[in-house]
Design a protein around this ligand. Structure first.
Ligand SMILES: Cc1ncc(COP(=O)(O)O)c(C=O)c1O
Length: 324
């Protein structure tokens, strides 16, 4: 029974999601500094389930299905890309989904949660105080009692099962790139994506360096989160990596005029849509680093487009991003 449903899941996965394109970018700044840039377009993985959210969820879903569990529960803020992607994955792949949401029930009318509820997700709103306990074992124990049939995935989907999904993205990059890849760069929130990219290189000496751009303030603690995930997954020697913490623009989901105008200009020049919370901050940082001479002439950088474009609707609704 479990083998049959696992086979069915794998089949559905193959028809639903294909490798995303690796797109070469032309831009005057790249020519001026003689570096090459490609974007791994994970925003195009699927209309509803995209970016690193899909990469992190995939092996969590497979793990749950292998254990004959058909209900996934996770945590998120009211505009969470992860919650949106989990609800979509549940809808398309036949999982029941629940989410513990930080904040008041009134958030249910925002574009992210409205859509999640429409996909059948059960939403449980909790106070900020309660939400802070989301990683504590006693709290998780209670939650498991409340939802005995659920497979609990941490906030952002960042656990050891997430890493294998990012390793698949690296494998695709290596297969798709016509030249060597010296750098892979990603936006970093909880560190799961960064850890996953690093973990892809565990079996051999890597000449690819991984750089994470922290999107929140005072993010040095994320170095420890990444180490800890790598340790839990028994990754002994991943790729060399670095977390850059100076490009937060004031903090998580804080947007400056400068950042917004960068996002709009970047999208106009490259036809690649970005949003200011994650990918906009990453590309902004990448362009700053190129200007500062961080990359050597001739190097090939791959930027991982981690999706998150659904978040633009919420930002627009709150007047934090221009409507058009
Ligand atoms: C669009 C997007 N990019 C990047 C990240 C950061 O990923 P991680 O939390 O794995 O560091 C997130 C949040 O998880 C996200 O939603």
């Amino acid at each position: 029974m479990s083998e049959k449903s696992l086979k069915e899941l794998n089949l559905k996965l193959q028809t639903l999601i294909n490798p995303s394109p690796l797109q070469r970018i032309r831009h005057p700044l790249l020519e001026q500094h003689q570096v090459h840039l490609s974007v791994k377009r994970d925003d195009l993985l699927h209309g509803d389930i995209s970016g690193n959210k899909w990469r992190k969820l995939k092996f969590n879903l497979i793990e749950a299905r292998s254990s004959q569990i058909n209900h996934i529960l996770s945590f998120g803020g009211a505009y969470s890309n992860h919650i949106h992607a989990l609800a979509a994955a549940g809808f398309h792949l036949g999982f029941k989904t629940s989410a513990v949401i930080r904040g008041e029930a009134a958030y249910v009318s925002n574009p992210t949660l409205k859509q999640a509820a429409a996909w059948g997700m059960n939403l449980q709103f909790v106070t900020r105080k309660e939400y802070r306990q989301r990683n504590e074992s006693e709290y998780l124990h209670q939650l498991q009692k409340q939802y005995p049939d659920a497979f609990i995935v941490p906030e952002g989907g960042s656990n050891i099962f997430a890493l294998a999904g990012l390793a698949e993205a690296v494998q695709e990059i290596q297969e798709q790139s016509e030249t060597s890849v010296e750098h892979i760069i990603t936006a970093t929130g909880s560190g799961g994506t960064l850890a996953g990219l690093i973990s892809a290189f565990k079996d051999h000496k890597s000449t690819t360096r991984i750089t994470g751009i922290a999107v929140l303030k005072n993010a040095d603690y994320l170095n420890q989160s990444v180490h800890s995930l790598l340790q839990q997954a028994a990754v002994k020697s991943g790729a060399p990596w670095e977390l850059k913490t100076q490009f937060h623009h004031g903090g998580y989901a804080k947007v400056s005029e400068q950042l917004i105008s960068f996002c709009r200009q970047f999208s106009e020049q490259t036809s690649i849509p970005v949003e200011p919370v994650y990918t906009g901050k990453m590309f902004y940082a990448l362009f700053q680093l190129i200007k500062q001479g961080y990359f050597k002439k001739g190097e090939h950088i791959v930027a991982l487009h981690t999706g998150g474009l659904q978040g633009l609707n919420g930002l627009k609704q709150r007047g934090l991003y221009p409507q058009s």
